[in-house]
Ligand binder design. Structure first.
Ligand code: NAD
Length: 247
């Protein structure tokens, strides 16, 4: 099936990728819903919602620190690198990612839409001053969480909690790409979080082919034209090799 998928990628006029937490597990970042995922350690209701953050920012910041230090130290894995190479070769037009870990950019992808924000940017919830994660991490004191702005406001990472709106620009651009593409690679996402999970359904409705790469079946497996079950870090480099070898 790898060869067929490589042919589809070469044939496509406008191929894009939608990625989720699963593409980064091989970089040492746990996903949310797998057996050892984040939600097995932290209760989604107590940590995952904007309300949770507003109610108890100190407690949620402890989880955020745990995540952020992991993100900061993580390196792109062969799946990220293969996508960057496909973009460089002109076959992949954009990556829409639900991830906040910055690994697609670190791998070299230029056209990345971050649907749920990026951990490395933070802002003051009152005066909206922007901060960089390295500035915050050097000053942060565990006993003094949450970090505060000079104005006294609480600093929040620029990431989307459940109950928060998707950034307008990311939403418009992603839906536009889903409408326009003729091939979508759906990689390492359970497709249970909306509205991101709608993107493959929109693309399929417009006639695009769907290639799914996942360790297991997901909520969109039934609409996939090709299902590659396994690790993204093993499958994507093989697809890339095949794309390079095809005439
Ligand atoms: P999810 O946890 O719901 O699903 C992950 C999916 O990836 C599962 O279907 C799993 O089978 C698959 N998977 C796991 N390892 C894989 C591998 N090596 N190769 C291929 N597939 C693999 O994640 P999601 O669908 O992205 O859910 C949504 C939320 O999780 C997003 O909002 C995202 O912001 C957030 N999240 C992001 C990160 C990150 O930035 N790396 C980490 C955890 C959670």
């Amino acid at each position: 099936m790898i060869k067929e998928v490589a042919k589809e990628i070469k044939r496509a006029n406008f191929c894009i990728a939608l990625t989720g937490a699963g593409i980064s597990t091989e970089s040492g970042i746990p996903d949310f819903r797998s057996k050892n995922g984040l939600w097995s350690r932290y209760d989604i209701n107590e940590y995952g919602y904007l309300d949770s953050f507003l109610r108890n920012p100190k407690k949620v910041w402890k989880m955020l620190l745990d995540m952020i230090i992991n993100f900061r130290d993580a390196k792109p894995n062969p799946a990220h690198v293969a996508l960057a190479e496909l973009e460089k070769m002109g076959y992949l037009k954009a990556v829409i990612t639900q991830n906040i870990d910055d690994l697609h950019r670190k791998a070299g992808n230029k056209n990345v839409i971050e649907f749920h924000g990026n951990f490395s940017k933070l802002y003051c919830m009152d005066c909206k001053t922007i901060y960089n994660i390295n500035d915050i991490l050097t000053k942060i004191e565990l006993e003094n969480l949450p970090p505060k702005c000079k104005c006294g406001g609480i600093i929040k990472p620029d990431i989307i909690f459940f109950g928060e709106a998707i950034p307008r620009d990311a939403l418009i651009r992603s839906f536009d790409l889903a409408n326009k593409c003729d091939l979508m690679l759906v990689i390492g996402t359970s497709c249970v979080v909306y509205p991101a999970a709608e993107l493959p359904i929109i693309a399929k409705g417009k006639g695009a082919k769907i290639i799914e790469i996942n360790k297991e079946e997901s909520m969109i497996s039934h609409i996939a034209d090709y299902k590659l079950i396994g690790k993204a870090g093993e499958i994507l480099p093989k697809i890339l090799e095949e794309v390079k070898n095809l005439p």
